[in-house]
Write a protein that binds this ligand. Structure first.
Ligand code: SAH
Length: 226
């Protein structure tokens, strides 16, 4: 899989993608991540990519031409399955959407800034608009990192135990059960005995029970969504 991310702050993202699981996924060639600096496609010497909003009001708007130049150039080499714009008014990101994206070959993610991008870019190029929540951040970099991270960890071979992503919260409309590690007795709090029993079936049953219990308690809407 290839994920290209267009941003005015590639340095903000490079550190995130060069650590831990995401770094290893690239080293193993399971994913190729390219950070593209939108300023390289600026139409002026100052390398600016924004301008005042028509109609007035506070805040700058990202201009259409640099983004169009950038995407046109990238599309010469890559046929994208989706061109995604991160924005608060997009479709709310959830696990099924991540599962779906993880089956694609080439994704382009556009990070906005300021008041967002000129609407004509959204109308012309964008095939999916994704929000990471009903709140507003100052830029699309954290949303893009969240999206890419959520996709990459689903790719076969990225997680050490390949099945582990299947048991994460939301994969089956259930929250994940509680987890414990050594020591067995931590400041007088002990690990549930069943987890030490070695009885795989009993452990799986317990985990499922706990998942259902937790979901009922914390997110009953997930159970009702069926
Ligand atoms: N004026 C816009 C917000 C712009 S925030 C509005 O009210 O909808 C600046 C940029 O940050 C956006 O273009 C987008 O790329 C990113 N962003 C902010 N919050 C986001 C969210 N919840 N989900 C996805 N992207 C977000």
């Amino acid at each position: 899989m290839k994920i290209d991310i267009v941003t005015v702050h590639p340095d903000l993202l490079s550190s995130y993608f060069n650590h831990s699981i995401l770094k290893r996924a690239q080293e193993k060639s399971l994913v190729q991540i390219e950070l593209i600096n939108l300023r390289d496609y600026s139409t002026n010497k100052q390398k600016s990519v924004d301008d005042y909003a028509y109609g007035g009001g506070a805040g700058m708007v990202m201009q259409a031409e640099p983004i169009a130049n950038c995407i046109d150039t990238l599309q010469k080499n890559t046929k994208y399955d989706e061109i995604i714009y991160m924005c608060p008014d997009g479709e709310l990101l959830n696990q099924p959407t991540l599962n779906n994206f993880s089956l694609k070959k080439n994704l382009l993610i556009l990070c906005g800034h300021y008041k967002g991008v000129d609407q004509r870019i959204r109308d012309t190029y964008i095939t999916k608009e994704i929000s990471i929540g009903d709140y507003v951040l100052s830029g699309g970099e954290i949303p893009a990192a969240a999206l890419a991270d959520g996709i990459i960890r689903l790719l076969p071979g990225v997680l050490n135990d390949e099945t582990s992503a299947l048991f994460d919260s939301f994969q089956d409309d259930l929250l994940a059960p509680p987890v414990y590690t050594r020591p067995e007795n931590w400041r007088g709090n002990t690990v549930p005995e069943i987890l030490l029993s070695g009885n795989e079936k009993a452990i799986n049953d317990w985990r499922h029970e706990k998942s259902v219990e937790l979901t009922k308690e914390k997110r009953p809407n997930l159970l009702n969504s069926k």
